[in-house]
Design a protein around this ligand. Structure first.
Ligand SMILES: Nc1ncnc2c1ncn2[C@@H]1O[C@H](COP(=O)(O)OP(=O)(O)OP(=O)(O)O)[C@@H](O)[C@H]1O
Ligand SMILES: [Mg+2]
Length: 208
């Protein structure tokens, strides 16, 4: 589960997050809606330890942190799929997925490769295992990013506008994958401006 309690964040004089609170159960899908610049991406970055927050509390899987310095307590429990995917360009699809499990989580290469193959099956990209990001379409890159974010078996998975660059067919695939992750009891937090997508996939709408 994920709980965000009275999260506050300013960039200098710009108060971006003002007592943001919400909660997601395991297997629940929350959709973050709000105008451009309201701080949606900042919330995801705080949850994933990519941004310091000023005040408040983030709880993942019953472990609470009140300061980004404690992020290591929850870091392996969260994953993020970035808006521009952030794949490592010099690494193959397989290498992108096994990098963190091997170097961060100290999982054996054999086990990491086995997990990566299962995840590539989940996102329907088994045939692209040795391709490089530049050889993939936008929708394929998106699905590699999802597989990579799942490689550390997160309890919470965050998506920043996952459908913004995708055609209708790819959006359907992403919806199916997200529903499979929901069945694995992952709490899922999605930023979108696509109200149709939000209504189709969300269990809960969080207005920012
Ligand atoms: N590193 C930073 N330094 C200074 N200001 C920042 C930084 N990152 C974000 N901001 C500011 O914080 C505010 C919220 O940004 P954020 O990216 O979270 O918005 P958003 O809700 O995701 O918007 P969009 O829907 O356009 O993606 C904006 O005013 C932005 O300029
Ligand atoms: Mg954003």
């Amino acid at each position: 589960m994920l709980k965000v309690n009275k999260l506050n964040k300013s960039f200098g004089e710009n108060k971006v997050l003002n007592d943001i609170s919400f909660e997601l159960k395991s297997g629940e899908i929350g959709v973050l809606l709000g105008k451009s610049g309201t701080g949606k991406t900042t919330i995801l970055r705080c949850i994933n330890g990519l941004e310091e927050f000023d005040r408040g509390e983030i709880t993942v899987d019953d472990i609470s942190i009140k300061n980004v310095k404690d992020i290591n307590k929850i870091r392996n429990k969260t994953g993020m799929v970035f808006q521009n995917f952030n794949l490592f360009p010099h690494m193959s699809v397989l290498e992108n997925i096994i990098q963190a499990p091997i170097s961060v989580a100290k999982i054996s290469k054999e086990e990491a490769v086995n997990t990566a193959k299962k995840l590539l099956k989940l996102v329907d990209l088994e045939d692209k295992i040795n391709s490089y990001p530049f050889e993939l379409s936008g929708g394929q890159k998106q699905r590699v990013a999802i597989a990579r974010a799942c490689a550390l078996t997160p309890k919470v998975l965050c998506f920043d506008e996952p459908t913004s660059a995708l055609d209708a067919e790819s959006i359907k695939k992403v919806i199916n994958i997200i529903n499979e992750l929901k069945n694995k009891k992952i709490a899922i937090l999605i930023i979108t401006h696509d109200i149709g997508f939000a209504n189709e996939i969300g269990d809960k709408i969080i207005n920012i």
